[in-house]
Write a protein that binds this ligand. Sequence first.
Ligand SMILES: Nc1ncnc2c1ncn2[C@@H]1O[C@H](COP(=O)(O)OP(=O)(O)O)[C@@H](O)[C@H]1O
Ligand SMILES: [Mg+2]
Length: 229
Amino acid sequence: MSEVIGELLGVGHQYDEGPEIFKGVSFCIEKGSFRFITGLSGSGKSSLLKILYLGLKPKWGSVKLFGKDTFQIKPTLLPLLRQKIGVVFQEFNLLDHLTVIDNVSLPLRVRGIDIKQSYKHAGELLEWVGLGDCLKAYPPSLSGGQKQRAAIARAVITRPQLLLADEPTGNVDDEMATKLLCLFEELNKTGTAVLITTHNQRILKKFPYPQLALKEGTVFQLPIEKKAS
Ligand SMILES: Nc1ncnc2c1ncn2[C@@H]1O[C@H](COP(=O)(O)OP(=O)(O)O)[C@@H](O)[C@H]1O
Ligand SMILES: [Mg+2]
């Protein structure tokens, strides 16, 4: 059996006094796996990813990452776990006061890689996602689709062990969506586990990976979609 790098066990959550959005959700993320999280708007897809990248502490249950119970270990160790995870946020979360190439190269810089090498790698990746002309631009001047591609480049640049992407193709056309999914597949082939939330049916048909479907606070494992021609 494959190594488990992430595990939710009996996770329950409600925001403030709102309804329970998760009712005992349990699932594992295996090393090198590729899965989609699907569900209607408001079903909890973004909240589930937030729990996995430790941006939201659920009210019940446990969250294990890379073999560690995240509620039991010393809080000072959490950043070490977090460094192994790349995140594409639904709202992009680019730093507006930094240029695109500085945003994308930042994860390498904080790991101690020198600026020349960081820029080289970030520049190549940005070229690949079609942002070669925007290296010196600032995020507020970019379109939604351009910000999304910059956010994806930033998330994958460190080749994380786990990539969590929240609606990463929500702002791009079908051709770019396919290209970005191919980038995630390439990363997956090098061993990164990929978990993507989407409600793009064309993408789900074209990329026949297993789905975790969220409905009424629980998750269901769905069979693999038929591949579209
Ligand atoms: N910060 C928050 N405070 C209160 N309610 C929230 C918050 N974030 C999300 N919710 C609620 O939790 C539910 C799930 O939201 P979300 O995880 O964003 O779903 P999805 O990504 O599937 O659209 C929704 O009812 C939403 O209104
Ligand atoms: Mg969402």
